[in-house]
Design a protein around this ligand. Structure first.
Ligand SMILES: C[S@@+](CC[C@H](N)C(=O)[O-])C[C@H]1O[C@@H](n2cnc3c(N)ncnc32)[C@H](O)[C@@H]1O
Length: 220
């Protein structure tokens, strides 16, 4: 089985237990992080949501952005099925396009979206893949568009970094086993983002020390 097929099958398997797993490890902190700045977003017309998994963020985006047309790309059919159920339940299916695709080969329309969302998604990729693909994802944004970033980051304090190292070791082992995740440790996403001409416009305070939720604009 190639790496991508392993990843797809892994996330298909995890779809039903994903929420239970995250609660065991982090309680409600992941959900809080995903939604932390959702209410601060201006009204947007078109959004691209990458790798939203079971669709909790997508559901909230549909609720807070009632006039937004959303494209949601995920490689996993089972994750997309969960997204469909959530979106259908709140009557928003007619304005959400659910696309099963590998985001690395998904042809992101340039200069098209007001909002691009990546929540706990960029950490699925190696540094090389991020260097190649993050600029493609961001190229989908219109000039005044927002990049909504939520993910694990390395905390600044030494004690928290030790704690993060233990958590990340556990999570990387688990996702490597289940999905063939290539990384052995958390990629330094702050360094990746620092290479992207991004201007930070909003950042959530007092989240979990290992998590960040931020809004950026691209400087062109
Ligand atoms: C770690 S989960 C995160 C799910 C969700 N965004 C969250 O906040 O928990 C990663 C999600 O990205 C999807 N994914 C991983 N690699 C992908 C790829 N190359 N292309 C598209 N989707 C991918 C997985 O199927 C899964 O739904």
């Amino acid at each position: 089985m190639n790496d991508n097929a392993k990843s797809v099958r892994g996330y298909d398997r995890l779809a039903m237990v994903y929420r239970g797993l995250e609660i065991c490890l982090f309680g409600n902190a992941l959900l809080r992080a995903r939604l932390a700045l959702m209410d601060q977003l201006p009204p947007v017309g078109r959004a691209l949501v990458l790798g939203d998994g079971t669709g909790r963020l997508l559901e909230q985006l549909c609720i807070t952005q009632p006039d937004c047309r959303i494209t949601s790309v995920d490689q996993s059919r089972q994750m997309l099925n969960q997204q469909r159920r959530r979106v259908e339940r709140i009557g928003a299916l007619d304005r959400v396009d659910l696309i099963q695709a590998d985001a690395r080969s998904y042809d992101v329309p340039k200069n098209h979206f007001d909002l691009v969302v990546a929540a706990f998604f960029l950490d699925c990729f190696s540094e090389g893949e991020l260097a190649e693909n993050v600029p493609r994802f961001l190229a989908g944004l219109r000039d005044d568009g927002t990049f909504y970033f939520v993910d694990f980051v390395w905390p600044s304090s030494t004690w928290r970094r030790r704690q993060a190292t233990a958590y990340q070791w556990l999570m990387h082992r688990f996702f490597r086993w289940q999905t063939g995740l290539p990384n052995r440790r958390l990629v330094d996403l702050d360094s990746v983002l620092a290479t992207q001409n991004l201007v930070l416009t909003d950042s959530a305070d007092r989240l979990h020390p290992m998590m960040a939720c931020r809004c950026y604009r691209v400087q062109r």
